[in-house]
Design a binder for this molecule. Structure first.
Ligand SMILES: Nc1ncnc2c1ncn2[C@@H]1O[C@H](COP(=O)(O)OP(=O)(O)OP(=O)(O)O)[C@@H](O)[C@H]1O
Length: 460
């Protein structure tokens, strides 16, 4: 069914002819002869677009436009006008009209204008939908956890989100640091501006400065064009500096200045740029220890740790395990189109007893795998693959022999090493070759304790 168009023209004949012509082009049309009739039609019918004459005896097209826009700001209104009043029609665009068509007009032109308006409206409403989906994803109530330690952490997140204070998140790998950083951004007044994430550990030392601050053409071999850095990209928004403990000391000094003075110079440039960014940093390392070892600047630490938040490890909030497991299991089952109603009591006990060195991410992966291998409607203990140094009696309780794990890890290692070799250690390209995200590659490199040395520098 085509979009519904309402034609408003006090000359009944003209309105009917136009409505019929549009109907022939596949639109659903209705015609009325006064602004009052148009308002009452719109109140009772789903109308996608209004095409109205400007001069009408009871209420002018302009008044109709204003009245329509009051109730439905997103409704496209196109004005039909005689040549003599085109100037006035231009003013109407300022009042919110989408466009005008000058009489006498060609039906093709009217159709083209209508289509343009409907397309733009579709894009705008799709954007609004995506935005609300995104905001929904980072609303606090979608962050799962009921335990007092988790709720206390969320309370702190809620308190700091509204301010522009720097936040330092500390927590083991997989505890949800990036998710919390996003929640801070999407619950702050900066939510409509960019959230830019940089994983300081995943970028080779030689490139991190240019990644953060950008560079000018010719700044170093391979810098063939000017490039914007992440600080500029995050202007007026939030910059998430993940694994900040891995940032080289020399870069730490420049980051400190950028935060303190809100200015920096791109690599190879002497021109200072001004930025307004809110910083959320995260680290799994103990930065106090890094300071004692002279690996981290104390002044930067105090700048970042205006509001420090510690994310609890999953084993410190075991009561949340059933809730999280059920959530990830249901999600995985839905994605796979499998009917799985939950976990058996024994499986649940095994999950609660396990140490979870990889925290929530490990639990998520464990549930995805369980959803794949589960035969019945319940996940059983044998469907769980639990491993790790502290796993104790429930370790590797599954149906797979433990040497298969070692074999899988060896294979994974071979794939990653080969991809890195083929791409001279350029992780972005290696990840592309492996068909995984750069972040996921980075986690594998860490998990497999692979040393990456970059052989050649490449720049786009
Ligand atoms: N409270 C939570 N509720 C639901 N899902 C969560 C929660 N916390 C984390 N997750 C999920 O767990 C996974 C790991 O979270 P995230 O990537 O934010 O961790 P991280 O601490 O940044 O990890 P790393 O330090 O290894 O980068 C993500 O898929 C995230 O969506």
């Amino acid at each position: 069914m085509g979009s519904a168009i309402l034609v408003v023209d006090d000359e009944a004949r003209l309105g009917e002819v136009l409505a019929a012509a549009l109907n022939e082009r596949g639109f659903e049309t209705a015609a009325v002869t006064s602004a009052a009739a148009a308002l009452s039609h719109c109140a009772d019918h789903a109308v996608d677009l209004v095409l109205t004459d400007l001069r009408m005896p009871d209420m002018s097209g302009r008044e109709l436009l204003v009245a329509l826009k009051k109730g439905r700001p997103d409704l496209p209104v196109i004005i039909m006008t005689a040549y003599a009043t085109v100037r006035g029609a231009v003013d109407l665009i300022k009042d919110g009209a989408f466009d005008y068509v000058a009489k006498p007009f060609d039906t093709d032109d009217v159709v083209a204008t209508i289509e343009r308006a409907l397309n733009i409206r579709a894009v705008v409403s799709e954007n609004a939908r995506l935005r609300s989906e995104l905001e929904g994803r980072y609303r606090f109530d979608t962050l799962i956890g009921e335990s007092p330690i988790f709720k206390d952490m969320l309370r702190q997140v809620g308190e700091v989100a509204q301010s522009r204070a720097s936040v330092l998140l500390h927590g083991e790998s997989g505890t949800g640091k990036e998710l919390i950083a996003r929640a801070i951004h999407y619950n702050s007044p900066r939510r409509d501006l960019p959230f830019v994430a940089v994983n300081c550990a995943a970028i080779p030392e030689t490139l991190i400065e240019s990644e953060l601050f950008g560079h000018v053409k010719g700044a170093f071999s391979g810098a063939t064009a000017n490039r914007e850095g992440r600080f500029s990209a995050a202007h007026r928004g939030t910059l998430f500096l993940d694994e900040i403990g891995d940032m080289p000391l020399a870069v730490q000094a420049k980051v400190l200045r950028a935060i303190q003075e809100q200015t920096f110079e791109p690599v190879g440039s002497s021109r200072s740029l001004k930025v307004d960014v809110r910083i959320v940093a995260a680290s799994h390392k103990d930065l106090q220890k890094a300071i004692s070892a002279a690996e981290f600047r104390m002044d930067l630490y105090y700048r970042l740790a205006v509001f420090p938040i510690t994310l609890p490890a999953l084993r410190e909030r075991r009561d949340d395990i059933p809730l999280l497991a059920a959530h990830f299991l249901a999600h995985a089952a839905r994605e796979m189109g499998k009917r799985i109603s939950g976990l058996s009591p024994a499986a649940l006990e095994a999950l609660k007893a396990y140490a979870w060195p990889g925290n929530i991410r490990e639990l998520q992966n464990c549930m995805e795998r369980a959803a794949i291998v589960a035969h019945g409607s319940m996940v059983e203990t044998r469907d769980l693959l639990l491993f790790g140094p502290e796993s104790g009696s429930v370790a590797a309780s599954g149906a797979l022999p433990s040497d298969l794990d070692a074999e899988l890890e060896r294979l994974e290692r071979d794939f990653v090493l080969e991809a890195l070799k083929q791409t001279n250690g350029v992780q972005a390209r290696a990840a592309e070759r492996l068909g995984i995200t750069e972040r996921s590659l980075w986690h594998r490199i860490r998990k497999l304790a692979i040393k990456v040395s970059r052989v050649a520098e490449t720049e786009d």
